[in-house]
Design a protein around this ligand. Structure first.
Ligand code: F6R
Length: 607
């Protein structure tokens, strides 16, 4: 939520900040702004709405060799408006701050600062930070920021500049991501690596409560007690081009088309001579002998990967699994057995609720294995072990390829738990491993459903409500299909266990209601077909998803998507992609911004 950037060096700071913000716009797009210190003066330029508005405002502005910070906002405190846009300044307008996170005690601080004479112009929590730094400022910006952050409760990634220090940025973080880019006679800060990748591949991940001071020659880092910290930089090995659209109309469709490759990369990173090797993340015989249950915790789409995990781990390993939404887990005094395995799933590795749930589980003695995409993210650093998903940068707000790789990781863990527990016979294990290895190849065939789904979307995009039904793994797949559709097309949708519809929800089915029915669990095929008949009898239009060769009765399905034959257990891996394509084309038909849906942002670093 919110993206921040900062630049100090000899290049044009306006271009550097706007380029960086453009790469971070997925984190929020309610307003954008920059603060630049040039020729000894601090200037702030900001505007409500998307970054393109700020770019027009700054058209022709240049400030080579200056220092600056920038921000793209996802509103938390105060509506999207000019006044609430970042950067925020102190009363004298000589200190400017950009912030990502939430200052939880800002009301108390605001009252105190107002009593001291500060005049506030916005409703934001961030503005207190600017006044607080001003309060502690004598002649040293670093000391003022150090003093100010000791009063902040909540989460923050901060970039601070002052016209009294025209060659310096001070940055600080707690529970919100912040990287420092180390360049050649230039240095940068950003909420995420793509913002700086064009300029440097060497980054330093700031730890919680650390403060960095950047000028064009050096980066100095201090811990929360003000002691200098030596930190090696991390060399990023992926390409800036991977974070560009590469000829596709939207990031989302580009990312869907990357699925075969990134799923293969994720699988192959752990595949050794016919087996899956997870020994380095502690999934070994000793662990499996000692655990009585497994927890899987995440938010949103990543939670749906956990639900698939629950179904397949219980099926293959016969170990009870509790799948839980992170925002619930963290506050419900959960039962964790010492040494219990808890699997945390997160694309960004920065989601506030997931991070807090992980810390809670760890505090209660769990062993944490994290499935994470972003290397060096907070969750990846704090987990006991990490299984990286190799999805590469995911820019579209709606998660697609990252989800597919999370599923790949979850299947690998389930297979290993099955083998190690002795509940999955070795010949079945080998067959499943080979089946999983083959999935990326089958995905190329699955992607060929694209044109059919585009046509289906053109016929159904004016639906007000869509129901997704299925049984077993088809039901958990439906949960993700429904989320994808609603989050980008704004069409109301619900996922229902097909057998549960008749207990109430079927009352909502009327003439023309679209029902997307997945029937890929062969054992349950006839049961699902009966449920499809029930909705059809009440006037529903049906889009059925099944394996090729399935005996889907022509009279009950208005549209049928057939997917290449494989074991039922892998159905969610194949079926999710047509559902992503369906959501994509429905949204394109409606003319909405696919990559940046309203009210959402990538990387939810607030509660
Ligand atoms: C939906 C989506 C979100 C995320 C959720 C968790 O398309 O992307 O539901 O899955 O916010 O994010 P991560 O995986 O970064 O923890």
């Amino acid at each position: 939520m919110c993206g921040i950037v900062g630049y100090v060096g000899s290049k044009d700071v306006v271009t550097m900040l706007l380029n960086g913000l453009q790469k971070l716009e997925y984190r929020g797009y309610d307003s954008a702004g920059v603060a630049i210190v040039a020729n000894g003066c601090l200037e702030v330029h900001k505007t409500k709405g998307r970054l393109s508005g700020l770019c027009s405002l700054m058209d022709g502005c240049k400030a080579p060799g200056a220092v600056g910070i920038g921000h793209t906002r996802w509103a938390t405190h105060g509506e999207p408006s000019f006044e609430n846009s970042h950067p925020h300044t102190n009363c004298a307008g000589d200190i400017a701050v950009v912030h990502n996170g939430i200052i939880e005690n800002y009301m108390k601080l605001k009252k105190w600062l107002q009593d001291e004479g500060a005049v506030f112009v916005s409703e934001t929590d961030t503005e207190v930070v600017a006044h607080l730094i001003n309060h502690f400022y004598t002649d040293d910006l670093l000391s003022a920021v150090q003093a100010a952050v000791t009063h902040l409760e909540g989460s923050y990634a901060l970039g601070v500049v002052s016209e009294k220090h025209p060659d310096m940025i001070v940055a600080a973080r707690k529970d919100s991501p912040l990287v420092v880019g180390v360049g050649n006679s230039e240095n940068m800060i950003a909420s995420d690596i793509p913002a700086i990748l064009e300029y440097t591949r060497d980054v330093i991940f700031l730890e919680d409560k650390e403060i960095a001071v950047l000028d064009c020659r050096s980066v100095r880092i201090f811990d929360e007690y003000g002691k200098p910290v030596n930190r090696d930089s991390y060399h990023v090995d992926w390409d800036a081009a991977q974070a560009e659209k590469g000829g596709y109309e939207h990031f989302m469709i580009k990312e869907i088309f990357e699925e075969p490759r990134v799923m293969a990369d994720t699988f192959m990173s752990r595949y050794k001579e016919g087996m899956i090797d997870l020994s380095d993340i502690g999934i070994d015989e000793k662990l499996v002998r000692s655990i009585r249950k497994v927890g899987v915790i995440a938010c949103g789409t990543a939670f749906h990967a956990c639900m698939v995990g629950k179904y397949i781990i219980e099926r293959l390993a016969r170990i009870p699994v509790e799948a839980e939404i992170a925002s619930e887990f963290r506050y419900r005094n959960p039962l964790i057995e010492p040494g219990q395995l808890v699997i945390i799933v997160s694309q960004s590795g920065e989601t506030a609720d997931t991070l807090a749930a992980m810390r809670e589980a760890k505090k209660r003695g769990a062993k944490i294995a994290a499935i994470v995409n972003v290397v060096g993210s907070t969750i990846s650093r704090e987990a006991d072990a990490v299984l990286y998903t190799h999805a590469g940068p995911e820019i579209a707000v709606a998660s697609t390829k990252a989800y597919n790789t999370q599923l790949m990781a979850v299947y690998m863990i389930a297979l290993e738990l099955g083998r190690l527990s002795g509940n999955l016979p070795i010949e079945d294990y080998i067959r499943y491993v080979e089946g999983l290895k083959n999935i990326p190849q089958l995905m190329n065939t699955v992607l060929q459903t694209k044109d059919q789904l585009a046509r289906i979307a053109s016929r159904h995009f004016s639906q007000n409500s869509v129901f997704f039904i299925g049984r077993g793994l088809d039901y958990v797949l439906s949960m993700e299909a429904s989320l994808k559709l609603k989050e980008i097309s704004y069409i109301h949708s619900e996922a229902y266990a097909a057998g549960e519809l008749k207990h109430g929800t079927i009352a909502l089915i009327e003439d023309g209601t679209l029902v997307v029915a997945t029937a890929m669990q062969r054992r349950l095929f006839d049961k699902t077909v009966s449920n499809i008949k029930e909705v059809k009898a009440r006037g529903a239009k049906v889009l059925a998803v099944c394996f090729e060769g399935s005996d889907m009765p022509a009279e009950i399905a208005d549209e049928v998507i057939t997917l290449p034959d494989t074991d039922d257990i892998f159905a969610p891996l194949l079926a999710v992609t047509p559902m992503q394509l369906f959501a994509y084309y429905m949204t394109v038909e409606k003319g909405f911004d696919v990559d940046k849906p309203r009210n959402l942002a990538k990387s939810v670093t607030v509660e």
